[in-house]
Design a protein around this ligand. Structure first.
Ligand code: SIN
Ligand code: FE2
Length: 216
């Protein structure tokens, strides 16, 4: 018997199909969650969280930063990806290897082999923070999926269809859960309900979400 026998053991996940092309992998990142939290803390130290301003001039409730070659930004000029942090003028922190590996593995598991993210948006939610329904559509090519990793306090994820006005389903996302959406669901409207107050052993009063994208 060799150690190789254990390399292919399935991760302790339960899968729930949200829609065509979209899947919730419960617990998929649990084994790496502590490492992902410390990697995210490191990113947030080097590129501090900030409340970006929408093109309409309102500060977003979710505090955000990025790592990787590209970062998603919003300001009065619009939404876009760029290689530098507008606060510091420096490149975004490199995407930690543990994050890249997890994102690739989750995408592969969900039926999207070969996903290599070039952008990771780090979102911080506190009690009451919500993210209104939106599509992720600032990427050049919608062939790649979105991979979203939940850390810290649980949240209610809202997942709808191609129209903002359509029906929306609600899913509880806990620490270590991963949602992958692509294919027919790539432009699905999604959002996060106001976060309930709580205390998480690793992240305290916060929820951190990592969304991995292929922006270019
Ligand atoms: C996002 O849509 O960018 C984040 C979703 C989440 O926080 O679960
Ligand atoms: Fe999104």
């Amino acid at each position: 018997m060799t150690a190789d026998l254990f390399d292919d053991l399935p991760a302790p996940v339960s899968e729930e199909r949200l829609a065509d092309g979209a899947v919730l992998l419960r617990g998929f990142a649990l084994a790496e969650a502590t490492a992902l939290v410390s990697a995210a803390e490191d990113v947030m130290r080097r590129a501090p969280l900030r409340h970006m301003v929408t093109p309409g001039g309102r500060a977003m409730a979710v505090a955000m930063t990025n790592c990787g070659p590209l970062g998603w930004v919003s300001d009065r000029r619009g939404y876009r990806y760029q290689g530098t942090d507008p606060v510091s003028g420096e490149p975004w922190p490199a995407m930690p290897g543990a994050m890249v590996a997890l994102a690739t593995r989750a995408a592969d598991h969900a039926g999207y082999p070969g996903f290599v993210p070039d952008a990771c948006l780090v979102n911080e939610y506190r009690a009451g923070t919500r993210l209104s329904l939106h599509q992720d559509r600032d990427e050049l090519d919608f062939a790649a999926p979105i991979v979203s990793v939940s850390l810290g306090l649980p949240a209610v994820f809202l997942f709808g269809g191609q129209a903002r006005s359509g029906p929306v389903s609600r899913y509880r996302l806990a620490h270590g859960d991963v949602v992958v959406w692509g294919g027919a669901s790539r432009l699905a409207f999604h959002g996060v309900a106001p976060l309930a107050a709580g205390l998480h052993p690793l992240l305290g009063e916060r929820r951190i979400n990592l969304t991995f994208r292929r922006a270019r």
